[in-house]
Design a binder for this molecule. Structure first.
Ligand code: IMP
Length: 339
């Protein structure tokens, strides 16, 4: 016989009320059982994290059905959460923003990075890449998955659907499931993409894909960036948004191709029902034309001329846009990883 995997990770804390917000709010774990003063149980991927108050659980109770033997430990324990390399930077800033001091952050000589903090009970909490133990990343695929497309933007829905079609993935739209659109509160494309896919996967109990994208204009310090949709106002008026960009470019004297450089970014996030999220980013560089040209595509397409082309995305055949677009480039990374 060989044990197949670890199911529970257990640490101890005397004041459960004080540590609960750390695991629930800061680390985002779902608390599925809380017994006052005795135990907190959280789901974490395909494991559970159990936190017990040793003052209660080290006291032996009369044996009987459903009564586990006593256990308990005093002093600082240790738990380590798996995180991919690119997630560690996000964890670091997320923890810092939550006011949690980083105790250590280093590369192991054999490869892989670890980040350490303390929970409010003093337990040592680590975030580390699986490769520190020579463990592979979990094998993931979207083959055969039913996938929720977590977007309410019709233009993006069509592009994502077109990109997924050749892989035989069955898609269902978030709006068809009646899922509400979460507010995009993050300040990065990746952050907002994750927020949307995580929200949809949780609500639907299915794998979900989302895209957060936008146009970044060099002479406007990267604006409109993550606010690209918002610049079009509640009526999604992109003629207005494009005029707004043009007025700002004129105001800073950006009239030459060199000063009218811009790029689109697309961050695609996929979340599986067990909570794991992977993110893939793509970018296309170009310049901004005026007046807008073409009626194809959506959003800022009529203003954007990709590098090496004369036509705007709004004038191109969809297949020509797909050949170079930020979304297609992000998608290529996703396909390499998941199909
Ligand atoms: P969000 O990702 O839903 O927040 O919105 C991103 C916004 O960026 C869209 O509403 C578009 O205005 C713009 N955008 C993103 N990708 C493209 C594209 O491929 N062409 C034109 N505009 C885009």
């Amino acid at each position: 016989m060989k044990a197949e995997g670890i199911l529970e990770t257990v640490i101890y804390a005397e004041n459960l009320g004080r540590i609960r917000p750390f695991y629930e709010d800061v680390l985002g774990l779902e608390c599925f059982q809380a017994t006052v003063d005795r135990q907190l149980f959280f789901y974490c991927g395909d494991q559970v994290l159990l936190i017990f108050n040793p003052a209660k659980t080290s006291v032996a109770r009369a044996p009987g059905p459903g009564v586990p033997p006593a256990h308990g430990a005093l002093g600082a324990g240790h738990v380590c959460f798996r995180a991919e390399a690119r997630e560690l930077d996000r964890w670091r800033s997320h923890l810092e923003q939550a006011g949690i001091a980083i105790e250590a952050d280093f590369e192991w000589p054999g490869g892989g990075r670890s980040l350490y903090v303390r929970d409010p009970a003093g337990n040592s909490v680590e975030f580390a890449e699986p490769r520190i133990w020579n463990l592979p990343r979990k094998e993931r695929t979207l083959r055969g998955e039913k996938l929720v497309v977590a977007s309410h933007n019709r233009g993006k829905l069509k592009e994502i659907d077109d990109l997924l079609k050749p892989f035989g993935v069955e898609t269902v739209m978030a709006s068809d499931l009646g899922l509400p659109e979460p507010e995009e509160t993050e300040t990065t494309f990746e952050g907002n993409a994750r927020l949307k896919s995580e929200h949809a996967a949780k609500a639907a109990g299915l794998a979900a894909i989302s895209d957060d994208s936008g146009l970044c204009v060099d002479s406007l310090h990267g604006d409109p960036g993550v606010y690209s949709a918002r610049w079009a106002g509640p009526s999604k008026d992109f003629a207005l948004a494009m005029r707004n960009i043009e007025e700002k470019l004129q105001a800073v004297g950006a009239t030459t191709p060199e000063t009218r450089k811009a790029h689109f970014i697309s961050a695609l996030a996929v979340t599986w029902p067990d909570g794991e999220t992977r993110c893939y980013e793509g970018r296309v560089d170009g310049t901004l034309a005026w007046p807008p040209r073409g009626t194809r595509g959506f959003g800022y397409d009529p203003m954007f001329v990709p590098e090496g082309a004369d036509l705007t995305f709004g004038e191109m055949e969809p297949s020509a846009k797909h050949a170079v677009s930020h979304r297609a480039r992000a998608f290529k990374r996703l396909v390499d990883d998941l199909f």
